[in-house]
Design a protein. Structure first.
Length: 456
């Protein structure tokens, strides 16, 4: 029997709302015990619009590994982004919602042979490489591939350095690899780099674009006459209070200086830029323990145990080197020294080893913002504790536009209402006994949202 996958329902909100206000209403219902996310689809759309305004020449290809939530991927596909996929499974996800293979780059420089064969079978022709071994493998399994050489150019500081694993030296290795690809009869169409995930230096993009320009000339000289793609990778900030304005200015200036010809297509691989701020996590304190010191003047330390931890959403503390911030859902009194721990029986499961929070009781909730990047894809139900569910929410004005864009569908959008989703999932109708809500006041006009043809 074929199992039909249910559509993820989206709650459409009338009137003012915020992730925190929705979380408060949900937990005050008294039926919620497991951790959950509020996903703000409007945040994703706003960031797409901001990207197009600041870097109109650079096409975003969302890095699926950052957060493979199908609704997030579908929303970005509806807006018109491309996709950076690193595996067969990620390619399957993106193509399953109707994205054309031309909108995908297989951006893993060390690919498994079976994954290369799959990419070839579904028409994903553009892929990266950074070694002779990879060129030989591609020659064997996909000789018609459109290749992009990945070079190393690291930011002075980054949340997750990537050059230690991927990218050939642009001066000593790249020219040799371009020649070797020509000898093998493979076609190299461009250059890519990744300055590091969560990079805190902006000028590194100018350096990398300059190195790429030099390699375009080398590639042309050794026989790659169709060098036409520049992939500037990721590294863009995604937190609520961050901006890409400064890095956009650096990139735009470098492109005008090094690649003034518009025949060269420029793409990027943003991940956390789109995902981080769109997700807010709610967790419940289910136990506490007070540790007293033999020193009578020492402050009592409280250990709080919550229902999500480093084996779940907070794997980002270990894997992505994130510094998370806990906010009590309800206002408290005097703050005190504490630590926050996950629910598993592993002593490593520590979310915050040292913090200062108001006194909390079992049943109180903590809110964590900017939790959409490198959290859900790595979360596991270790020790039997569930991975948090996602409750997608969108403003009614934006819903009218999104429901018309494939691969989203009108049936995914629940009836417009001011209440949060019922426990156990987004969507659903309000109780029959509920009185009709008064018509909302006319909202202020939104700026226009520019989207590309969703499945071109």
């Amino acid at each position: 029997m074929k199992v039909v996958e249910e559509e993820q329902l989206i709650t459409v909100m009338d009137g003012p709302w915020s992730p925190t206000s929705l979380i408060r209403e949900i937990v005050e219902s008294g039926t919620q015990e497991d951790p959950f996310y509020i996903m703000d689809m409007g945040e994703v759309v706003a960031r797409y619009q901001r990207w197009k305004e600041l870097m109109p020449r650079v096409e975003p290809f969302y890095a699926v590994k950052c957060n493979d939530d199908k609704l997030l991927v579908s929303t970005l596909a509806a807006l018109g982004t491309g996709f950076d996929c690193a595996s067969k499974a990620e390619i399957e996800l993106v193509t399953s919602i109707g994205v054309a293979p031309e909108r995908i780059i297989f951006a893993n420089p060390a690919k498994m042979a079976s994954h290369i064969r799959y990419a070839s079978a579904v028409g994903v022709d553009v892929m990266t490489f950074d070694s002779e071994t990879e060129l030989v493998k591609i020659k064997q399994y996909m000789p018609h591939a459109q290749l992009v050489i990945r070079i190393r150019c690291d930011a002075a500081a980054a949340q997750c350095p990537l050059g230690i694993k991927f990218g050939c030296d642009p001066v000593t290795e790249a020219p040799r690899l371009l020649k070797y690809a020509a000898v093998l009869g493979l076609e190299v169409i461009g250059v890519s780099f990744h300055v590091g995930s969560g990079a805190s230096e902006t000028e590194v993009y100018a350096r990398a674009i300059g190195l790429s320009r030099a390699l375009f000339a080398v590639g042309h000289n050794v026989g790659h006459k169709a060098m036409r793609l520049l992939d500037i990778g990721g590294g863009f900030p995604g937190g609520t209070h961050t901006s890409i304005k400064e890095v956009a200015e650096v990139i735009n200036a470098a492109l005008e200086d090094q690649f003034p010809e518009r025949a060269v297509r420029v793409i990027a691989e943003p991940g956390r830029y789109f995902a981080a701020a769109a997700y807010t996590l709610a967790t419940m304190v289910h136990a506490k323990r007070e540790i007293t010191s033999n020193d009578p003047d020492a402050e009592t330390h409280t250990m709080y145990f919550i229902n999500d931890g480093v084996y779940g959403s907070f794997n980002c503390v270990l894997y992505d080197h994130q510094s998370v911030v806990a906010e009590p859902l309800s206002a408290g009194g005097r703050v005190g020294a504490c630590s926050v721990w996950g629910p598993t029986c592993d002593g490593l499961d520590c979310v915050l080893p040292a913090a200062r929070l108001p006194a909390l009781a079992a049943g109180d909730w903590l809110v964590f913002r900017d939790m959409g990047a490198y959290t859900l894809p790595v979360a596991s139900p270790f020790n039997g504790f569930p991975v948090p569910t996602v409750r997608p929410v969108v403003d009614t004005r934006l819903a009218c536009m999104l429901k018309e864009l494939r691969p989203l569908s009108a049936s995914q959008f629940a009836s417009s209402r001011a209440q949060p989703p019922a426990a156990g999932g987004a969507g659903g109708a309000p109780p029959a006994s509920a009185p009709p809500a008064p018509p909302p006041a006319a909202p202020p006009a939104l700026p226009p949202v520019f989207v590309e043809c969703a499945l071109k």
